[in-house]
Design a protein around this ligand. Sequence first.
Ligand code: ADP
Ligand code: MG
Length: 459
Amino acid sequence: MEQCQALEQIQTEFQVNTDHMHAIVKQFVQEMNKGLDHHGATVAMIPSFVSGRPTGQEKGQYLALDLGGTNLRVCQVALLGDGQYTLHQQKYVVSDQLKLGDMRHLCDFIADCVDDFISEHGDQHTTLDLGFTFSFPILQTSINSGELKQWTKGFACANAVGKDPAVLLQDAFHRKNLQVNIAAIVNDTVGTLMAHAYRHPETTMGVILGTGSNTCYYEDISQIKKDFNHGKTLSDEMVVNMEWGAFDCERRILPLTMYDNKMNRESVNVNEQLFEKMISGMYLGEIARNCMLYWIDRLVLFGGRSSPELNTQWRFETAYMSTIQADHSKDLAATKHVLEDIMDLPAGSTTLADRQLVQVICQSVGRRSARLAACGLAGILSHKNLVVGDNGQDDGSCLIAIDGSLFEFYPDFEKNMTEALVELFGEKMRSRVRFELSRDGSGLGASVIAMMASKLASQ
Ligand code: ADP
Ligand code: MG
């Protein structure tokens, strides 16, 4: 009985109904306009200096680096034309000590990794152009320079905010005598867009649904009203990195629950990135964990018992939610495995009703994430007039490239996003919007951008 009430309460708390979604979309469009209009807006709308679309015919050898996800990746990419390419990569673990230490140590570590990679795979005698995927809010001043605004996603290195990460890293390359030129700083969203566009030039947005969440899209340069010195460009469009994770840090419209508030209060970037925190993989498990603890403390879940594992911040991973949500067995055996074997609750202590409640918690948190992400996409579609108007006019279709394990692996994520778009704008959205998984943003995408940067420099 109590568990039934809990179940209903949880579903209500995490519900975002159609009216609420419309209100979020409206607010989102306003915030986009503010970001295009002036500097310092909540949704920063950062010009990426990536202009023009790849044709797929580009050729050349490039290096790419990816910092800002779970691992550091170093890649060598050969663009072969016809949308074809080869990619060799190596992953390196970035320790928490490096993530929270001095930026100089982090840059020296990255330079060591690049050195190691080149001596294994590369050509040590010619200077290579490198696309540096650095997925943190950067106020770019050119295609290969900018200023770090703030850290996100668990990074907090000293002596980096307010500085140019390309300069800091290029200095570290010099210290090691590495023949590598940072040709472009690339946001992972922009890399995702360009990687997909190399194979499908009609791609219009790049979305990240992984550790963090963010989106970029093609904007008419004339719509970017705020001051910025774009210099020469390859076309009259430019990719804008929205930094949408910061949306509604004023708490006007997002349906924050007490479980979100606790997660936020205990995070390293309190009151920042609230939209990202309700959507992305780094946080969903923690929100679900908070929700379980709340119902444990009310003696409704697990007979009031917890475990040291379950009591530990960040220990309940979003990937476990995928496992639990995909558990269609009659006794919820996979859910039992996560709770009793991984989270270390006493063997045999969870009842079927407990496991059903946990499954509803995961479903509710995951579905809300997909619906909120869809609201952001709906904002862009509205802004770009890609939504069918009341007069039924048809404004074309939209191919959206998405990278991230959350999108790739979370059950029903794509379906929930599509349903939300249909609720907002009608059945037409099913055929109008196409989501495609695009995995090589920070490798292929960063290389395409390095290539475009050198093309622009040589013009
Ligand atoms: P990154 O964003 O770090 O570049 P990913 O796209 O792989 O890398 O995203 C990693 C995030 O995705 C992690 O924070 C994790 O929470 C989440 N994740 C990993 N595996 C799964 C899964 N099977 N289901 C849902 N989320 C997952
Ligand atoms: Mg990534």
